[in-house]
Design a protein around this ligand. Structure first.
Ligand code: AMP
Length: 298
């Protein structure tokens, strides 16, 4: 198997990236797909496209995806409250969760710009641990197996989210790899101006995708990986950058609707508990209909 990584930049600024773990025979096709994608990215026309192809020599870890929940949420304030609630539920203290969210919203690099990689944050004292705070740590050498992609595509199409398959596939793969080793939780806000979606992921919570976590048009975004004091940072970064991980199983995909009556008070788990599952709604409707029928028959 081979690791194939693409990154595109303009004037030294990163505009897009993607990666795959593929058999040798697929290399020409995937090079074509990813170079087309690089050349047409909304972040700008690149002046440089790097494609790296490496034979994988070590072991490949196969892991299941985190269960995916996509929340229907309209209010930006409520989405922020929900993200904080989801982080608290995952074990991150309230003040740390809020600081991380603010950091991503104002631009997480020391000059207020975006980073190419992620922040590593001690969840007990907010301390940033990534060796280079301009660049951050980049998770690489990961992919989703073709069969898992197909399952994901089918499940997303029943939820009318299949147009977002590429972005969701890549985010879910990254989050599942990150959650698999010593990460208490992850917070992500896209840095694409036209993408206002973000997510919170953790082993405890799964992958919670939420629209409106960013104001549309804003370009600040990033990722925070929360870890505990005493983590072996060298081992952790080595896993993120070098362990080869393939997500080969989808663990469920669902949408839920957030109740929007109290948009500003989602500071804790209240908000998560206030969620109605759409399929629960449907089951409840079915039950009501059948009870209604029964009462008419009797
Ligand atoms: P995106 O989800 O591609 O919009 O990326 C949002 C932010 O996540 C970027 O601004 C980076 O800071 C960070 N990021 C993107 N890709 C990676 C990666 N492979 N590893 C770590 N952080 C990343």
């Amino acid at each position: 198997m081979f690791s194939l990584r693409m990154r595109a930049s303009v004037g030294g600024r990163h505009v897009s990236g993607a990666e795959r773990i593929i058999p040798k025979k697929d290399i020409p096709l995937v090079v074509e797909q990813l170079s087309k994608r690089a050349a047409s990215h909304e972040n700008g026309i690149p002046d440089t496209i790097h494609i790296t192809i490496e034979k994988i020599t070590g072991a490949i870890q196969y892991i299941p995806a985190l269960p995916l929940t996509s929340i229907r949420i309209k209010s930006h304030i409520q989405a922020k409250g929900l993200a904080v609630g989801a982080l608290i539920h995952s074990g991150i203290p309230d003040t740390v969760a809020r600081s991380a969210l603010e950091l991503l919203q104002k631009g997480p690099a020391p000059d207020g710009g975006n980073m190419r990689g992620a922040i590593i944050m001690n969840c007990e004292n907010k301390k940033r641990l990534e060796p280079d705070s301009f660049r951050g740590v980049r998770v690489t050498r990961m992919d989703m197996s073709p069969r898992a992609v197909e399952t994901l595509r089918k499940e997303l199409s029943t939820l009318k989210l299949d147009k977002r398959i590429e972005v969701i596939r890549e985010a879910l793969t990254l989050a599942s790899k990150v959650a698999n080793f010593k990460t208490i939780a992850e917070l992500c806000i896209s840095d694409n101006p036209s993408n206002h979606v973000g997510y919170v992921a953790s082993k405890k919570l799964g992958f919670l995708r939420m629209p409106n976590l960013k104001k549309t048009g804003a370009s600040a975004g990033g990722r925070v990986f929360f870890v505990r004091t005493g983590i072996n940072l060298h081992e952790y970064i080595n896993y993120l950058e070098h362990a080869t991980v393939v997500v080969d199983q989808i663990s469920g995909v669902r949408t839920v609707s957030a109740i929007t009556t109290q948009p500003s008070v989602c500071s804790t788990m209240e908000c998560l508990l206030n969620i109605q599952t759409d399929c629960q709604d449907k089951n409840a409707k079915k039950k009501r209909k059948s009870n209604h029928r029964k009462s008419h028959q009797s």
